[in-house]
Design a protein around this ligand. Structure first.
Ligand SMILES: Cc1ncc(COP(=O)(O)O)c(C=O)c1O
Length: 369
């Protein structure tokens, strides 16, 4: 499969972990539609969320999302609010009934937060934790201790802060829920092993403000009905994600991003593009003779977020400062890992990865002791 190319006319490279770079053609279309959507003389931000233009946007966004993700019919596609973090609470509120346990795989700060929220509702068992190894790796199947009758299992496919990513979906005996906030639609998804996946939009889907939830109908039907309406998946499904005023602009942008992914050739093409991009930076780390150290173990490396360090904190700071002089921004690592982090989501151009790799080579050569 030949990898498609993402082009950008902007010289600036934005390595932000999120909100992150968006496809230029999406931004250009959005700029036009802000003033006038579909020749209505009304901008996308100004249309009623129950009018025909927004009907079209929601219908197309859902249909294109299904096409991109090859989402089977037995799943509902919902556009919700509250960010990925509100799913940390909404999932146990709906599915963690009294006397039941849910199993969580703890691979980083975002799963730790989900566990903390689940424990405000009920019993969350930790099926495995990478906490004592600074979350450097993804567990093997054999490491996971699932409970016998858990209400659900939970994991995070890509750990944005630590730069680790599952290469496969684990085999969980309970309905499995995935936080895919930082790698959704970066590669094909195996729906046969999942009961639900969700993602905050601001990395691979669009602007912050919408959370994509893809949930199997049989799980959705098990949700509690004695919750306030906004916390019930079944109500959002029944109301076509428009129970209340939805984040129209974020859904609209997500819809444009889905069309862009389809134009690139779909998720197989996107995956080969992402593999190529990540290899440019990992090769620069591995070929640096030990000057750079990646945070993640080699077999757990993420294609989306690449945290690494130089030999010391002063050089890390110098790297970030000098990179910005070359138009490379937001490379500072997350405060819990430090160092440098390059986030290279779908819309980040391969040419930007080459530029970073080249800079890494030059920087190492002039700072090696
Ligand atoms: C994997 C993962 N899950 C959850 C979140 C929280 O997302 P939000 O800010 O939309 O609540 C993030 C944010 O970066 C994330 O990377």
């Amino acid at each position: 499969m030949t990898a498609p190319t993402v082009s950008s006319t902007r010289h600036t490279l934005n390595f932000s972990a999120g909100p992150a770079v968006l496809p230029e053609c999406v931004l250009e279309q959005a700029a036009r539609d802000l003033i006038d959507l579909d020749d209505t003389g009304i901008g996308v931000l100004e249309h009623s969320h129950r009018g025909p233009s927004i009907d079209r946007i929601f219908e197309e966004a859902e249909a294109d999302c299904r096409k991109v993700g090859r989402i089977p019919d037995e799943f509902e596609v919902l556009f919700l609010q509250g960010g990925a973090s509100s799913q940390f609470g909404m999932i146990p509120m709906n599915f963690l009934r009294e006397g039941c346990v849910a199993d969580y795989v703890d691979t980083g700060s975002w799963t730790a937060k989900a566990i903390k929220d689940a424990r405000t509702i009920g019993t969350a068992n930790v099926a495995w934790s990478g906490d004592d190894s600074q979350y450097r790796r993804i567990p093997d199947e054999a490491d996971l201790s699932w409970s016998k009758n858990a209400a659900y299992g939970y994991f995070c496919t890509n750990n944005t802060i630590y730069g680790t990513q599952w290469s496969d979906t684990p085999d969980c005996p309970a309905p499995l829920i995935a936080d895919m906030s930082s790698d959704i639609f970066s590669r094909p998804i195996d729906w046969s092993r999942l009961a639900m996946a969700y993602a905050g939009a601001q990395k691979n889907i669009g602007p912050a403000g919408v959370t994509l939830v893809i949930i199997r109908k049989d799980l959705l039907e098990q949700g509690r009905t004695d919750l306030p309406a906004m916390f019930r998946y079944d109500i959002h499904a029944k109301k076509g994600s428009r129970y209340n005023t939805p984040p129209v602009f974020a859904v609209y942008c997500a819809g444009l991003v889905f069309k862009w992914i389809l134009d690139l050739g779909g998720l197989d093409a996107v995956e080969s593009m992402n593999r190529h991009k990540a290899s440019l930076i990992y090769d620069a780390i591995d070929g640096s003779g030990g000057f750079y150290t990646g945070h993640a173990d080699a077999d757990s490396r993420s294609l989306m977020n690449i945290p690494f360090t130089t030999p010391n904190k002063e050089l890390d700071a110098a790297f970030i400062a000098q990179a910005s002089e070359h138009g490379m921004f937001t490379l500072k690592g997350h405060r819990s890992v430090g160092g440098i982090r390059a986030s290279i989501y779908n819309a980040f151009p391969a040419e930007g990865c080459s530029r970073l790799a080249e800079f890494m080579g030059t920087f190492a050569a002039s700072n090696r002791s």
